[in-house]
Design a protein around this ligand. Structure first.
Ligand code: FES
Ligand SMILES: [Fe+2]
Length: 420
């Protein structure tokens, strides 16, 4: 349970808010690189941390991320023409390069031209892992470019997409840090039905409810859900929480393979979130990326051109009560769609003053504390927790551990690449 003031601090992300200022100390996913597939392609709207922006790829292939609204009289540059070396507003023809420098003013005769005085807000970007990342904080606080496991592997080893979630970023993150819900919300009632979810025979589902163990680190924390199985074995799922909103978890096969997956919950504003979903294989190309998309609920016809779900609040996520009786716990198709349905059902901003939390919610409690403390540190002029931490070697893992095994040592060896 939180106080109302703590809840407000955590969920408000606009400029000048404590959490917004904390988030502006990290590289943030702004869009998928494939949304700007080629030089001079149409611009794309981006909403991030309460700001409305426009992204474009110029003639040289560089990406610009600018205020959506023209510096002249505020028309949306999304309608703009992506011309030779810049984005031109179609209202009066002012043109901007990727740095926001005004290059030309079509509506002013030469003698009155004041383009050298005009600068449109622009944020630095880098591209890696199939994403365009933006840094929206003070220039002197810019950390090294983001490096995660999935951004380092060849493109064919990786699946990445994104989905618009219609609630606060914190509801999404807390869902991702809540291992106890996974074999419940995402349960298949029987095998071989073709419905996304977790099979009854999987150790995740056979195990008892988990004991949750959280260990804080210089990037956030790692945590374990330890589930007793039969005959003295335990099944352990190990995750990482990387500040401020990244989850790294075992891949979707739930069988102890080498797949690693996760999400980033990038706040669009206080009540909307762009969820980046990724999965990758260290060892080999992804065998069937479309199978990942289907499992998540992002396959063909599921997500529109603005990344909204076809199954959404307006149609009750097309819940099938027949399937809910016979095949899946929710009757909703798609693992992510199940998460979104339940997280959005809590309202645009959940009221955390009314909760009753238990042992199973330890990871959620720990994340809130880290975030609140980090926001205070930044407000006091300090460094943001984890902004400079090296996280590229972090792996998530799940393993069945023998009765004689040391689950903690075995998991650590799997989860830090170098065994540290
Ligand atoms: S509003 Fe964009 S050029 Fe006038
Ligand atoms: Fe979930």
């Amino acid at each position: 349970m939180l106080t109302s003031a703590e809840n407000e601090t955590l969920v408000r992300v606009g400029p000048g808010t404590p959490m917004g200022e904390l988030m502006r100390r990290y590289w943030m996913p702004a869009l998928l690189s494939r949304e700007l597939p080629e030089a001079d392609c149409p611009p794309v709207r981006v909403r991030l941390l309460g700001e409305r922006l426009v992204a474009f790829r110029d003639t040289a292939g560089r990406v610009g991320l600018l205020s959506e609204f023209c510096a002249h009289r505020g028309a949306s540059l999304w309608f703009g023409r992506n011309e030779e070396g810049g984005l031109r507003c179609v209202f009066h023809g002012w043109k901007y390069d990727v740095d926001g420098t005004c290059l030309d003013m079509m509506n002013e005769p030469g003698a009155f031209d004041f383009k050298q005085k005009v600068h449109l807000r622009a944020y630095p970007v880098v591209e890696s892992g199939g994403l365009v990342w933006a840094f929206m904080g003070p220039p002197g606080r810019r950390p090294p470019p983001p490096e995660f496991g999935w951004t380092q592997v060849p493109e064919a080893h990786r699946y990445v997409d994104k989905t618009w979630e219609e609630c606060s970023w914190l509801q999404g993150l807390e869902g991702g840090l809540d291992t106890s819900h996974v074999p419940i919300l995402h349960r298949r009632l029987r095998e071989g039905t073709g419905q996304p979810g977790i099979n009854p025979s999987a150790p995740l589902l056979r195990g008892r409810a988990p004991e949750v163990v959280v260990e804080t680190t210089d990037y956030g924390y790692r945590y374990f859900g330890v589930r007793e199985l039969e005959a003295g074995e335990v099944y352990v799922r190990g995750y990482h929480f990387v500040m401020p909103f990244t989850q790294i978890r075992p891949g979707a096969d739930f069988t102890g393979g080498d797949l690693v997956a996760g999400h980033m919950w990038a706040p669009m504003d206080d009540e909307n979130t762009m969820v980046y979903n990724w999965e990758y294989s260290l060892a080999s190309p992804m065998e069937d990326p479309q199978a990942v998309a289907r499992e998540l609920g992002s396959g063909p016809g599921e997500i529109d051109e603005r990344f909204r779900k076809a199954r959404n609040r307006d149609n009750d996520y097309r819940i099938d009560r027949g399937l809910q009786r016979t095949d899946t716990f929710t009757g909703i198709f798609g693992v992510n769609t199940q998460d979104h349905a339940i997280q959005e059902s809590m309202g645009p901003i959940a009221d955390r003053t009314l909760e009753q939390l238990g042992q199973a919610d330890k990871a959620i409690i720990a994340a809130r504390k880290l975030l609140l403390d980090a926001a205070q540190t930044v407000a006091d002029g300090g460094e943001a927790l984890g902004a400079e931490a090296g996280v590229s070697a972090l792996r998530a893992a799940d393993r069945v551990i023998a009765p004689s095994g040391d689950w903690h040592a075995e998991m650590l060896a799997e989860m830090h690449g170098d065994g540290a």
